[in-house]
Design a protein around this ligand. Structure first.
Ligand SMILES: Cc1cc2nc3c(=O)[nH]c(=O)nc-3n(C[C@H](O)[C@H](O)[C@H](O)COP(=O)(O)OP(=O)(O)OC[C@H]3O[C@@H](n4cnc5c(N)ncnc54)[C@H](O)[C@@H]3O)c2cc1C
Ligand code: SF4
Length: 472
């Protein structure tokens, strides 16, 4: 690209994505940003200066050919752009919505050095949505069956990626999913207003249409163990069972009615559609005043969900300061626009109930920050004598999840670390058990969709090699 054109492109302002007004959206569960129109997408795509050494590609955990797909968008070749992305990313409509692009591809985009980076995530979302909405989703040619079968435990982003990649290499794949719907956290955790479930389902359909089979309501470790799968015709197994075990604070009053783990609260509302109760038969206590304990994406999703269930006030209790909040900036911004309040440098000490065992308040203490701890963030400690109470009738604990122990318990030859996360060879995804691979949150603890998918891709490559050679 000649320097004059580069200069012209650098002058184009970043295109704003339209979104529902805060006062309107807080009354519904529809998606907040409504996506680019085609002209806007083309204009935004023109901001990319088509770097010879595109740093953005290195910033993407699945190495999407970003400049190439963006060029296709700028030329109005939207379906071709979506297909280019899908060469390395099976879930682009999902990733375009939930990936932390500000810390990945967009963080290193060269245009961002002098102004705002190219909106890579929004363009990814646009191209994938366009392809789907036009009914243009094409199934790649699948090679003849290799004669090998693989089992995948868990149909979250890691498992879906492994299944899609192995089918494309000619293997038969069966996924076993514990829940009645495939998608993992994408269906039971992330709310509808951030990731519409019809999009997840169409991505799941894509993997199924390529030939992967999904068995729902199948908890591996209960009916069948991994050894049973290996003895019953599967040549290799991938474990992508995620980190679905909620952490609690272990403080008095945590068993009062009205105290939820974020996992239970979000599952009730998202997967079981409690927001449409009584049309759907799962209830949830809506409350008047809600507190959410924690500062990550899960806390933000819980709080913004609670806001939509019409209580008077929803606030976040976080023990560090705003600078340390781990949630995406965009989520915090959206939450604040919707009326979310924050109690920073605050930590709960106990929950207080009424005579019927219902939550009525949380006693908190003020915190101060000391020196950085092993996570690199400043360690919080209590300010003596600073206890105070916050009136509340619903509390949601969102302080992280641990590994589900079922698989390691029923397959003790799969080695885990002291937190119960499966140990793997980082390059191959191999576990300590022959023929068994793993990746995603069960290995990393709570991480991100794209990292789980990246693990899935690496594991699928190495499973393919194992299935072809039998060498461990
Ligand atoms: C509320 C919330 C919000 C998040 N927001 C974001 C975000 O905005 N952006 C982002 O990148 N990441 C986000 N994350 C993190 C992201 O969702 C996870 O890192 C990702 O889903 C991990 O994928 P996975 O496939 O490893 O596991 P999961 O998505 O947890 O899927 C695991 C699947 O395995 C199934 N399973 C478990 N045990 C068994 C068994 N024994 N037998 C059969 N099936 C089993 C589970 O039912 C589940 O469906 C969020 C997480 C949460 C909880
Ligand atoms: S770094 Fe930015 S400008 Fe360069 S190719 Fe990637 S998206 Fe385009």
């Amino acid at each position: 690209m000649d320097p004059k054109e580069t200069k012209e492109r650098m002058k184009i302002p970043r295109q704003t994505m339209p979104e529902q007004y805060p006062k309107e959206r807080v009354k519904n569960f529809f998606e907040v940003p409504t996506g680019y129109a085609p002209e806007q997408a083309m204009e935004e795509a023109k901001r990319c200066i088509q770097c010879k050494k595109p740093l953005c590609v290195g910033g993407c955990p699945v190495n999407i050919d970003i400049p190439w797909f963006i060029r296709l968008v700028s030329e109005g070749k939207f379906v071709e752009a979506a297909r280019k992305i899908k060469e390395t990313n099976a879930l682009p409509s999902v990733c375009g919505r939930v990936c932390p692009q500000e810390d990945q591809c967009e963080k290193v985009c060269i245009v961002g050095k002098k102004g705002e980076p190219v909106s890579i995530g929004r363009l990814e979302r646009f191209a994938a949505d366009f392809e789907r909405e036009q009914g243009e989703v094409a199934i790649p040619d699948i090679p003849r069956w290799t004669g090998k079968k693989a089992a995948v435990v868990g149909a979250g982003p890691a498992g879906l990626t492994v299944a899609g990649d192995l089918v494309k290499k000619g293997h038969k794949v069966t996924m076993f999913e514990a829940l009645h719907t495939a998608g993992g956290v994408l269906v039971y955790g992330i709310p509808e207003f951030r990731l519409p479930k019809k999009i997840v389902q169409s991505e799941v359909e894509y993997v199924k249409r390529m030939g992967a089979e999904i068995v729902l309501n199948a908890v591996v470790g209960k009916l069948e163990t991994i050894d049973d799968l290996l003895a019953n015709g599967y040549d290799a197994v991938f474990v992508g069972s995620g980190a679905g075990l909620p952490n609690f604070m272990n403080i008095p009053g945590e068993n009062l009615a009205g105290v939820y783990s974020a996992n239970e609260y979000l599952t009730r509302v998202n997967l079981m559609k409690a927001y449409q109760f009584p049309e759907f038969d799962t209830p949830v206590i809506r409350g008047r005043k809600v507190v959410v304990v924690g500062g990550g994406n899960t806390a933000m999703d819980s709080a913004r969900t609670a806001l939509r269930l019409c209580p008077e006030e929803v606030s976040i209790i976080y023990r560090r300061s705003r600078e340390e909040l781990p949630a995406r900036g965009e989520e915090v911004h959206h939450g604040e626009e919707e009326g979310l309040k924050f109690h920073m440098l605050t930590n709960p000490k106990r929950f207080l109930g009424d005579k019927d065992g219902r939550l009525k308040a949380v006693e908190c203490v003020k915190m101060q920050l000391g020196e950085p701890d092993e996570s690199g963030r400043r360690r919080p400690f209590e300010v003596k004598g600073s206890e105070f109470c916050i009136e509340t009738d619903v509390a949601i604990i969102a302080i992280g999840n641990g590994a589900n122990p079922l698989i390691p318990q029923t397959s003790p030859d799969i080695k885990v670390n002291r937190w119960g996360n499966i140990l793997i060879n980082q390059e191959t995804g191999r576990t300590s058990k022959k023929g068994v691979f793993s990746g995603g949150d069960i290995v990393r603890g709570g991480a991100t969709v794209i990292l789980a998918m990246g693990d899935g891709r690496r594991a699928a490559d190495s499973m393919h090699e194992y299935l072809a050679t039998g060498v461990w």
